[in-house]
Design a protein around this ligand. Structure first.
Ligand SMILES: Cc1cc2nc3c(=O)[nH]c(=O)nc-3n(C[C@H](O)[C@H](O)[C@H](O)COP(=O)(O)OP(=O)(O)OC[C@H]3O[C@@H](n4cnc5c(N)ncnc54)[C@H](O)[C@@H]3O)c2cc1C
Length: 289
């Protein structure tokens, strides 16, 4: 899995599948129901930490769901398309509204699942409809309800449904103007070191009740540059862990736990992880305590 995650760590998947169409997804889900095999749906692998021991059961890579289509101001993109490419295609077609997600790693499906957020907007702000294959293999059209979404929260997090595509309500705009804004987002991310080393972006969520963003809180403890094996808390941002090369997933988890412990003991706060632990972690956990 290290080839499929932006942390560039993770052991093997027991079974790795790449469905080409909806009926493939339904077949996989129904077979999984029949056999009891767990299924993990993989997008861009940019918000997950996969165990060094790998993933039991099926990893379903959605990359072949990458089509886009436009009907008026409604823009639909396949779940496996990079969200940045979706934003770029919509912009080139004179549609703005998704462009705040330009240059953010990950897929359309992953962005919907996470309710990805940046520059003051969340993807739910422009989300109109999501096609999914349900946990039992049925096709469903889901229409977002505000109460189902929150900060980095979507209803898909409580389900095992597979997102096939998402439709967005966009706004006509001048392609050159959107392009200029997108270039600004790219430059901002580059300046923050987002593309400088393998990472999964922010490790912890922000919590308004804490009064400061998590990076600023961790900074008060002087933890930037702390290293466990090949995992290092970024020198540029105290909420980003980077793989300096040769990190194991266990190194990264141990660094996450170290930060959590220090914040708990010295600031009395309980951080909430944004990065998701995927795969077979139990034995590693016993080692890290
Ligand atoms: C450098 C960097 C910067 C980042 N900046 C931001 C940022 O500004 N804002 C932000 O919100 N996030 C940010 N992230 C985190 C990450 O990019 C987002 O959370 C992204 O939306 C994850 O999408 P993904 O496709 O990579 O999902 P994955 O990591 O592949 O999966 C995440 C979850 O989504 C589920 N999932 C993915 N696709 C599907 C599907 N088709 N159907 C059902 N479930 C699915 C997975 O099962 C998993 O539970 C950043 C990451 C990096 C590396």
């Amino acid at each position: 899995m290290h080839r499929h995650t932006t942390f560039e760590v993770g052991g093997p998947a027991e079974l790795y599948v790449r469905p080409r169409n909806v009926s493939d997804v339904q077949t996989i889900i129904r077979a999984a129901v029949d056999t009891g095999a767990p299924v993990f749906t993989l997008g861009g692998g940019s918000n997950i930490l996969v165990s060094d021991r790998g993933v039991r059961g099926v990893v379903m890579d959605m990359r072949d769901f990458s089509d886009t289509r436009r009907e008026g101001t409604r823009f639909t993109a396949g779940a496996g398309l990079a969200i940045s490419d979706a934003a770029e295609r919509a912009a080139a077609d004179g549609l703005g509204g998704l462009h705040f997600l330009y240059a953010m790693p990950g897929s359309v499906g992953g962005a919907v699942w996470m309710n990805a957020r940046c520059y003051g907007s969340s993807i739910v702000d422009v989300l109109e409809e999501v096609s999914v294959v349900s946990e039992t293999g049925e096709l469903e059209a889901y229409v977002p309800k505000d109460e189902d979404f929150g900060y980095k929260r979507s209803p898909f997090q409580g389900r095992k449904a597979v997102i096939l595509d998402a439709s967005f309500r966009l706004t006509p705009a001048d392609p050159a103007e959107i392009r200029a804004e997108m270039d600004g987002y790219y430059a901002d991310r580059e300046g923050k070191g987002h593309f400088a080393a393998p990472s999964a972006g922010s490790v912890f969520k922000n919590n308004r009740a804490f009064g400061s963003p998590t990076g600023a809180l961790v900074d008060t403890l002087g933890l930037r540059g702390t290293q466990v094996g090949g995992a290092r808390l970024s020198d540029r941002h105290a909420n980003i862990i980077i793989n300096t090369g040769g990190a194991t997933a266990t190194d990264i988890l141990r660094l996450i736990e170290l930060i959590e412990r220090r914040v708990r003991e010295e600031l009395g706060l309980e951080l909430e992880r944004e990065v998701l632990l995927v795969g077979d972690w139990k034995a590693d956990h016993a080692v890290t305590g």
